[in-house]
Design a protein around this ligand. Structure first.
Ligand SMILES: Cc1cc2nc3c(=O)[nH]c(=O)nc-3n(C[C@H](O)[C@H](O)[C@H](O)COP(=O)(O)OP(=O)(O)OC[C@H]3O[C@@H](n4cnc5c(N)ncnc54)[C@H](O)[C@@H]3O)c2cc1C
Length: 408
């Protein structure tokens, strides 16, 4: 079978990995390199992700893929600490003692929050799809705890759409992030960066498929039972790009999923600004919702400099001047002299992930629609949050359906 895969991110590469042996596969990627959201910068002698990444022990399909690519020996489990930045102070929130000391929640609020956290892992998240996160939290632990603890998190991740986000998304996040030991969370990282995964996958795929870089697909048309993509005929097309981007490409039906963009500023510093914490959420409004000190997670010696992400999400187009506002605010809030920033890079992806608004579950697309195969962040394995593991599962499942010639 002749197969066209649109998108060289983790979903497209995984699908190509599974189909390339038995079929003639072409992968079209609009950028000059593969990896999509999992792309990395090459800085001197190391690679670092454009967008912060880590994985979890239960990302079993991602880990199996690493095993089959013979890179799982590079997977290491490191401590990822979290905290809140409020009123100019870093409050670590990892151990029960630290949580008890946190002054911005009352003792009863902490008890209710603790109970919800314990229960979250057993909740049926899909049944929470039609309730907003706000209503659910206010009902369970009260308005004060919502305003003080959850609203800043929702603002930082979803901005103006925070009141529309489903409880399914929030509870799944609480469940995932609360699955930790007494001293913090164990998170996975590939020694050498997730670039190792993209590189191993691309090398394998490159041996069996044609990879067409810098070749965005702009039209797909049906012709005598085949698909015409840029003048070449295919039996099957698998699109892994946001369905919204297929609009205008010649398809009879336009597909739409609400998406949001991400802007991630990566800074190189020679000082630690988050008091040893990896993931610091901003309680007060700032042009970024979290300060993620990569080198408080992965040993700084591997890089020879401290690496810090300023993470921000947006809807529509990236706000003008966001990069300058991020740096100015960061320097002021964290007392960093701008001259101490050795270099900075900004990555922007307007389609960084779906907006998990209420009733999102109904919008999830099947793997096949009108003869076109679709897999990506909008597929079931990425509900109620997209992930590398979800990308691998979606890529594998769509490849399986295609090779069996089944509609899914
Ligand atoms: C800020 C951020 C942080 C994240 N952190 C984590 C994390 O810590 N842990 C985790 O598990 N997951 C994380 N993720 C999610 C994870 O990176 C994604 O779920 C996964 O990489 C998605 O892969 P994909 O192939 O489905 O989509 P994408 O990576 O978006 O790939 C789609 C590809 O299609 C290409 N493309 C688009 N249009 C066209 C076209 N017309 N023609 C050809 N090619 C096209 C794009 O350039 C891209 O390469 C994060 C994502 C972001 C944005």
């Amino acid at each position: 079978m002749r197969i066209c895969i649109i998108g060289g991110g983790l979903t497209g590469l995984t699908a190509a990995y599974h189909l390339g042996n038995d079929h003639e596969v072409d992968v079209y990627e609009k950028r000059r390199s593969l990896g999509g959201c999992l792309s990395s910068y090459e800085i001197g002698d190391y690679h670092i992700e454009e967008f912060y990444h880590h994985c979890f022990a239960w990302d079993t399909r991602l880990i199996s893929l690493m095993e089959s690519l013979h890179i799982s020996d590079r997977l290491e489990w490191l401590k990822g600490t979290t905290g809140y930045f409020a009123g100019g102070t870093v409050y670590p929130l990892n151990t029960p003692g630290e949580i008890l000391k946190y002054p911005l929640l009352t003792f009863p609020d902490k008890m209710r929050l603790g109970l919800l956290t314990l229960q979250s892992r057993k909740m049926d998240v899909e049944s929470l799809d039609h309730i907003t996160a706000r209503d659910f939290i206010v009902r369970r632990i009260g308005e004060r705890a919502y305003n003080s603890f959850f609203e800043p998190l929702l603002v930082s991740k979803f901005g103006d759409s925070r009141n529309d986000i489903s409880a399914a998304w929030l509870i799944s996040r609480i469940g995932i992030r609360s699955n930790r030991g007494i001293s913090g969370e164990s998170l996975g990282y590939l020694k050498g960066g997730f670039h190792m995964l993209v590189d191993a996958l691309s090398t394998h795929v490159g041996r069996q498929c044609i990879i067409r870089l810098h070749d965005p697909v702009t039209s797909i048309t049906r012709e005598h039972g085949k698909w015409n993509v840029h003048g070449k005929l295919y039996d099957t097309v698998i699109s892994t790009i946001p369905p919204n981007l297929l609009a205008g490409s010649g398809l009879p039906e336009s597909l739409s999923i609400p998406y949001q963009g991400a802007a991630c500023m990566l800074l190189s510093l020679d000082q630690d600004v988050t008091s040893g914490t990896y993931w610091l959420n901003m309680r007060e409004r700032a042009p970024y919702g979290a300060v993620i000190s990569h080198t408080n997670f992965v040993p700084v010696e591997r890089y020879g400099e401290r690496l810090v992400y300023l993470a921000s999400y947006f809807q529509g187009t990236v706000p003008v001047g966001l990069d300058h506002r991020m740096i100015d605010d960061f320097c002021q809030r964290f007392h960093v002299d701008s001259a101490a920033i050795r270099w900075h890079r900004m990555a922007v992806d307007p389609y960084a992930g779906p907006l998990y608004t209420v009733n999102f579950r109904k919008k999830i697309l099947p793997y096949e629609k009108n003869g076109l195969y679709l897999a990506g962040m909008f597929s079931f394995p990425n509900y109620p949050e997209r992930s590398m593991n979800g990308a691998v599962v979606a890529g594998e499942e769509v490849a399986d359906l295609v090779s069996r010639g089944v509609s899914g």
